[in-house]
Design a binder for this molecule. Structure first.
Ligand SMILES: O=C(O)CCC(=O)C(=O)O
Ligand SMILES: [Fe+2]
Length: 326
């Protein structure tokens, strides 16, 4: 994306818009300058848009095409890859399969989960590690798997780069989170939201209000708005309309735990009032399952205590899946 496009969208964007071209510079000062902007957005909102992220637009379009092709299959075809057949939360999740907002009706979205590909005889799979296993792939869509694998690789690389910037923004060495980023148990999630029905039950919506569980989320949206982000100042929902060519980046609960809530994991939801089918592709960069997430000493003021006990990435995710899938 060029500068003029960024500038034109700057006013329209409800979330901070950050040009991250400088993160690809060999010059540490340029990377640090971008990191400072990211740090300010993390403290203030916990949500921001990034432009000049380097991800191939043709690859993004291919991901949407494959997602549409998958979800437009007859229900029986999708159900053949139901998540219930997976020991690693992979595959199809039908409409109303998750309750992201405790006490609210189930979410009006259907989804498809993809993770790192691990063979059934991998020691981590044999040991029953959470979310570790093989993917379920739709055999009738020949381009689906290679497209998603290329995209997942691109997302892992971009997320690790943004984690480097977050480290810099906290006055830590850029590689501070390298152990977290190594062999991340990331999840790529394809989502399809039907238009919000006129006769929706009270509180029924695409995605109930929630914070993301993990480290970083990189969200690719189609052109249909629907995402809403809680604004603690106005105590109302910001409508985060899609900005072409950008990702929405938001922080998950683990970064809030690291920073003792200095960096925010902010409430968000989806209401698809566009009147059209909406597709989105969040990528959850969850981190290394064995990594211990505990408050960074540099994020504690004198005499302040950590708000959260230390937890491993795996323990934390196991608990969050239990809460939202019952
Ligand atoms: O579809 C979206 O825009 C957001 C989805 C989301 O918040 C999630 O899956 O955690
Ligand atoms: Fe989310």
């Amino acid at each position: 994306m060029n500068q003029s496009l960024c500038a034109r969208h700057l006013e329209a964007a409800a979330l901070p818009l950050i040009d991250i071209a400088g993160l690809f510079s060999p010059d540490l000062a340029e990377r640090t300058a971008v990191a400072e902007r990211i740090g300010a957005a993390c403290r203030e909102v916990g949500f921001f848009c990034v432009a000049n992220h380097g991800v191939d637009p043709a690859l993004q379009q291919a991901v949407f095409e494959q997602a549409r092709a998958f979800f437009s299959q007859p229900e029986a075809g999708k159900r053949a890859l139901d998540k219930v057949f997976s020991n690693a939360n992979r595959g199809y999740e039908p409409l109303r399969g998750q309750v992201l907002e405790a006490g609210a009706p189930a979410d009006l979205k259907e989804g498809f989960y993809i993770g790192e590909e691990l063979a059934e005889d991998d020691p981590r799979v044999l040991a029953g590690r959470f979310n570790h296993g093989a993917n379920q792939w739709p055999s009738e869509l020949a381009d689906f798997r290679p497209t998603m694998e290329r995209y997942r690789d691109a997302m892992n690389a971009l997320a690790a780069r943004v984690m480097g910037a977050i480290a810099l923004s906290l006055q830590l060495p850029e590689e501070h989170f390298a152990g977290f980023c190594r062999d991340s148990m990331s999840t790529l999630r394809l989502l399809h939201y039907p238009p919000q029905p006129a006769n929706a039950a009270p509180g029924e919506k695409g995605c109930g209000a929630h914070t993301d569980f993990g480290g970083l989320t990189l969200l690719l949206q189609d052109e249909n708005p629907g995402l809403q982000v809680w604004d603690r100042h106005s105590m109302s929902w910001i409508h985060a309309a899609p900005v072409p060519g950008t990702y929405v980046v938001n922080l998950g609960d683990m970064i809030a735990r690291w920073t003792n809530d200095q960096y925010r994991s902010t409430l968000h939801r989806v209401v698809n009032i566009s009147g059209r089918e909406r597709y989105s592709v969040p990528f959850f960069f969850s981190g290394n399952p064995d990594h211990l997430v505990e408050c960074l000493p540099t994020c504690l003021a004198a005499g302040e205590a950590p708000r959260y006990p230390a937890v491993t990435v795996e323990e934390h995710h196991r608990e969050m899946y239990r809460r939202t899938y019952g």
